[in-house]
Write a protein that binds this ligand. Structure first.
Ligand code: FE
Ligand code: FE
Ligand code: MG
Length: 165
């Protein structure tokens, strides 16, 4: 790690790495939950839901990459064994065992709300202490907020079209 990179962090770097690995576990589980959901989804607005879930899956994977790069920059080791995803996750994994699009969207909405809470707490922890990680997490949180809004909007559209028919 760069000497100055380290010098500008005003907190225990191991704590930052630990928090980032927890977030990494959540991102990978979210990426897979979205991805497999997009493959098996049926019912209302199938194509719209498929496209949205697939896009979100890609976003979560990109978040995982950003987090991994920062961990490495801090001389940490990103999770090497997927077994640790389950050990370190906060939001968990909801298998889409019911392929109904409404059910899948609701599961993913729950996950997004969990992620928003986690990143908001993490930002409070690192504010004024690790500006670079703060900036990255703010960017990720902005995406999660968009994800929540997108899912809410589709669920709303489904409700509206159900009422009409
Ligand atoms: Fe994410
Ligand atoms: Fe998300
Ligand atoms: Mg979206």
């Amino acid at each position: 790690m760069g000497k100055q990179t380290k010098a500008i962090i005003n907190m225990d770097i191991k704590t930052v790495i630990k928090e980032l690995n927890k977030a990494l576990a959540d991102e990978f589980l979210a990426a897979y939950q979205y991805w497999v959901g997009s493959k098996i989804v049926k019912g209302y607005f199938r194509k719209t839901v498929q496209d949205e879930l697939l896009q979100h899956s890609k976003d979560e994977f990109r978040h995982a990459e950003m987090i991994t790069d920062r961990i490495i920059q801090l001389d940490g080791t990103p999770i090497l064994n997927p077994k640790d995803w389950y050990k370190l996750t906060t939001c968990g994994f909801a298998p889409p065992s019911n392929p109904n699009s409404i059910e899948i969207l609701k599961q993913n909405l729950k996950g997004e709300r969990c992620a928003i809470g986690i990143y908001n707490n993490l930002l409070k922890k690192i504010k004024d202490k690790d500006g670079n990680t703060f900036h990255m997490i703010s960017h990720i949180l902005k995406d999660e907020i968009e994800h929540e809004c997108d899912i809410e909007a589709i669920l709303e559209d489904i409700q509206v079209s159900k009422k009409r028919s």
